[in-house]
Ligand binder design. Structure first.
Ligand code: SAM
Length: 265
């Protein structure tokens, strides 16, 4: 059984218990607070969720908050099969957990497509948000260039990036523990930066914090950034820190980097 397949029972448990929903709701609050100096989210806004995902939590929460929300993701393309049906059931459960009417999950604002070539008019959005998706985009400069086009002048970006350099950044340990608190038997911390014994199962650009910050700064004014979630400090022994000396302690233990940026003009 692949390590990620073995996570599914725990995944269902997290959904049932509402652990994940609580994190999503927290993210809404953080974003409102982070953007408050530049964008008042108590007013209805045109918002783009890039890489909205199959469960589409932030898309649904923002719609329920009165915003006009569009999502773009490969997974929005029409399809059938057991996985689609399973996600449909999980979304209904998730809506309950998030305290949302199931209509908030309706797909009418969702576009199936590549975030590097978006089918939207120039200057259409006040805000682009993204959660745990930028690390999967294989052409980040193309995504940022297209975001530059579809945002209005002064439009904002709020992006949460799951950093590759964090213990869970290889996406090869567990996607249900966030932050990561335990390692599977036999797994070594930061295996993906060391011997790479455990395979990656999803596309990853393997970008580091400074690469993201530099790429954002090329296209936008980076107003602020911070580490929203730390993990793995307990595994970073002096010996391991020496072995991983190409990386800073900050990037080895930051699971989520939040970047807040603005389109100039
Ligand atoms: C880990 S999921 C995050 C989903 C969601 N934001 C969430 O927080 O639950 C990353 C998503 O990015 C999407 N994705 C990756 N590269 C993409 C691309 N070039 N164009 C469109 N979607 C992409 C994947 O299909 C996937 O749904």
């Amino acid at each position: 059984m692949s390590p990620l397949l073995s996570d599914y029972p725990r995944y269902a448990w997290h959904l049932l218990m509402g652990t994940r929903a609580a994190m999503e709701a927290e993210q809404v609050e953080c974003r409102v607070r982070d953007l408050a100096p530049w964008l008042d989210l108590s007013q209805p806004r045109d918002i783009l969720d890039i890489g909205n995902g199959s469960l589409r939590p932030q898309y649904a929460l923002l719609r329920n908050g009165g915003h006009r929300v569009t999502g773009i993701d490969f997974v929005n393309r029409p399809g059938t099969g057991w996985k689609r049906s399973a996600y449909g059931a999980m979304r209904r459960l998730y809506a309950l957990q998030l305290g949302l009417p199931s209509a908030a999950m309706d797909p009418q604002g969702l576009i199936g497509g590549n975030v590097g070539v978006m089918p939207f008019a120039a200057g259409r959005f006040d805000l682009a948000i993204s959660n745990a998706a930028f690390e999967h985009f294989l052409d980040v400069p193309a995504v940022l260039a297209d975001l530059q086009r579809v945002l209005r002048p002064g439009g904002m970006i709020w992006a949460g990036v799951h950093l590759f350099t964090s213990p869970s950044g290889g996406h090869n340990v567990s996607f249900t523990q966030y932050p990561l608190r335990s390692l599977p038997a036999g797994a070594e911390p930061w295996d993906h930066l060391r011997r790479r014994r455990r395979p990656f199962s999803v596309p990853l650009n393997k970008w580091r914090k400074d690469q993201f910050l530099a790429a954002f700064a090329e296209q936008f004014e980076v107003l602020s950034h911070y580490c929203a979630l730390r993990e793995g400090e307990q595994w970073l022994t002096p010996a391991l820190e020496a072995e991983l000396s190409d990386y800073t302690r900050d990037e080895l233990t930051c699971a989520t980097l939040v970047i807040i940026a603005r389109k100039r003009g």
